[in-house]
Structure formats: C-alpha cells, structure tokens
Design a protein around this ligand. Structure first.
Ligand code: AMP
Ligand code: MG
Length: 345
C-alpha cells in the first residue's frame, strides 16, 4: 500500500505547528523515520502493539526480531523494566546518551509485539538532538529498528531512507548523514554482561567502567539457538555477491584480475581502504577512507554497500583487515554482508 510520506527537516522540530504535527503522528500509531547518531531509525510508539506491527510490516522484518526502544531521559528506563542491575546503571551513566543498547527484563507496559515475543526489552537513549526532541515531544518511548528494508544495509543518509521508505511510512525527518554509521552496541544485562552486537562503545570501554571482564557473543555463527534473534537473519546484503578477501596484496590483485577475465560479463567492484587506491588502479573501486581512521571507514561502510546496488554490481570484493575495536565492529557487519563468505588466498 502506497501512502503519502511527509518529509520534515530537523529544524521543523523547533517549529510549534510542525513539531506537534510530528508528535501526533507518533501518538496515533503512525511511523516516523528519524536520524540518530548511529543509523536512521524507523520509529513508532513502543507502547502501542499496532505501531510495532506496522514497523515490522513496513520493514518486511520477521516479527520475532525485536525492536530497540528509544528513550529521551536516563531515568525513563525504570518505567519499562522490572529492575536495573547496578552494572547496567553504571554503564548507562557512563555512556548514555550514546550508542549502546541494554537488554533488561521488561515489565507489562512494553507489549510483546515490540520485543518479538521476548520477556526482555532493548533500551537506548540516543545522543542526537532531533531524536531526543522527537521522543520528548511525542511523550512516548519510540521503538525503532534500523530504517532499512529487512536484509538491506542500514541507512546512514537521507537518500537511503527515502529510497527504502518513501510511500511506506507517514514521515521522514531529514537529518543528513549520521555521524557514527554503525548501529549501537547491544549488551545483555539480564545475567553476566554479554555483548550481542559490537559497536562504537567497545568491549574494553565497557570493561574499564565495570572493572570486570564481559562476554562477547557477537560473532557467534547464526546456527542453533541464538541469544539475539537479529543474529540469525541475513543482513546488510547488496544484490550482488559479496566476498571478503584476505591475503597478500599481489595475490588479491591477481585473483580479482583473473576473476574479471573469466567472468567478463559480470560487473565487479572492490571496497577497500583508500591506501589501496594505487594497488587496485584500473579496477572499479569504492574507497572507505584511511585504514588508520576506523571511525571514518565505519561511517562509510553502509553507504559503500548501498552504492553497490546503485552501481548495479554483480560481484563485490571487500579487502579489509580490522586493526582496532571499531574495526572489529565494522568487520562484524562485513561478515554478515558477505554471508560469512571469506576467501583466504
Ligand atoms: P536493529 O533494530 O536493526 O538495530 O536491530 C536490533 C538488534 O537488537 C537486533 O539484532 C535484535 O535481535 C537485538 N535485540 C533487540 N531486542 C532484543 C532483546 N530483547 N534480546 C536480545 N536482542 C535484542
Ligand atoms: Mg538492523
């Protein structure tokens, strides 16, 4: 069903009439795509089961893959959970507002549709003025998964959300490019702290605050029972085949050149750090930024993956090796984009 999608600017949240128009959309169960510091979110009233259903449906998301609930005040967390363990409280004080999501035991206010049937709820306070204003002005917690059609790369630019959701949601707030570009770190605090998805708040940052080791299950392969339902679904995939390629520079270059010769009807691209521009001279390249700047590469990675569809690429090789914790978080997304297809040369 095609609906009219209103486009707003972030400054509209400072306009009395427009901001109350947007708030009313959330309050009446409608969907509003909005920017955060990580990626864009596809938002609806987290307390309204019908709004959550509409989110799953607009996104094409399996309904057992739970949504993150966004709040605008740290203390609001107490309204939606049975209890907040001391360690969770310390991490919230250290990192909120910011790119980290906590899994806690939900109370009855949060409907099961929002949590994909789980007894736990994911909560985050984003560090983004427009997101915080939207939540405050609508006076509701906002359930928002990443604003991408299920399976596609997350959205880090207005163009991405417009391509995916124009005609499918009630409004989009244009916030330009997002600053971090990777989704939040997800940490389960219902038992021993366990990272379920790595992000810009890294394991060592968390361990420093807690002064204890934390577990990391984020690279658990998507088989058997998984703690975070999102882990078992295809993610971030462009239409073309994606391969992560590893090995000596000369071997990688020869491999891709031979591949182009034997598959001359296929459009091939390489995604890599900018330092490899000369190495891959003559190939179709999508550069991510300097290998020494993981923050910049992370910010660019979803855009690069989406460009592969715009360029109509059939085969995509990613030549990248992580060198720090943020690189590790980025590699977590790349492995999924490649369906864990890694070629060691
Ligand atoms: P997205 O909304 O696209 O950023 O994805 C949210 C991620 O958080 C998914 O991988 C979910 O599986 C995970 N998540 C959300 N709620 C829970 C929960 N209650 N327990 C475990 N993982 C969760
Ligand atoms: Mg997502």
């Amino acid at each position: 069903m095609v609906k009219e999608t209103k486009i707003y600017l972030m400054s509209d949240l400072d306009d009395k009439d427009k901001s109350s128009e947007i708030a009313k959309l959330i309050q009446s169960g409608k969907l509003v795509v909005f920017p955060t510091e990580t990626v864009y979110g596809l938002g609806g009233n987290a307390l309204d089961p019908n709004a959550s259903k509409a989110i799953y449906s607009a996104k094409g998301r399996p309904s057992d893959n739970p949504l993150i609930v966004h709040i605008a005040d740290k203390n609001d967390v107490f309204q939606y959970v049975k209890s907040v363990p001391l360690e969770a409280k310390r991490l919230m004080d250290a990192f909120w507002p910011g790119p980290i999501t906590f899994i806690l035991e939900k109370n009855d206010l949060i409907p099961y549709t929002t949590t994909g049937g789980l007894k736990t709820v994911a909560l985050r306070m984003p560090n983004h003025e427009a997101a915080l204003k939207l939540i405050k002005q609508s006076n509701r917690p906002i359930a928002a998964p990443s604003a991408n059609i299920s399976g596609k790369p997350s959205s880090t630019a207005f163009k991405h959300v417009f391509d995916d959701f124009n005609g499918r949601v009630d409004a989009i707030i244009d916030g330009g490019d997002t600053t971090i570009g990777l989704e939040s770190t997800v940490i389960d605090m219902t038992s021993a702290p366990t990272i379920l998805r790595p992000g810009a708040i890294t394991k060592s940052m968390i361990e420093r605050v807690l002064n204890q080791k934390v577990l990391d299950l984020s690279n658990q392969l998507p088989t058997g029972e998984v703690r975070s339902p999102g882990m078992k679904y295809t993610h971030y995939k462009p239409k073309g085949n994606v391969t992560l390629i590893n090995g000596l520079e000369s071997h990688v270059k020869n491999y891709i050149r031979d591949f182009e010769i034997t598959h001359h009807n296929k459009k091939v691209a390489i995604i890599c750090p900018s330092e490899y521009e000369d190495l891959f001279h003559g190939f179709r390249l999508r550069l991510l930024g300097s290998i020494h700047d993981s923050a910049l590469m992370s910010k660019n990675i979803f855009k690069a993956l989406r460009d592969m569809d715009d360029w109509q690429m059939d085969e995509i090789f990613i030549y990248y090796k992580e060198s720090d914790e943020l690189g590790y978080a980025m590699m977590n997304r790349l492995l999924k984009a490649a369906g864990y297809h890694v070629l060691e040369l």
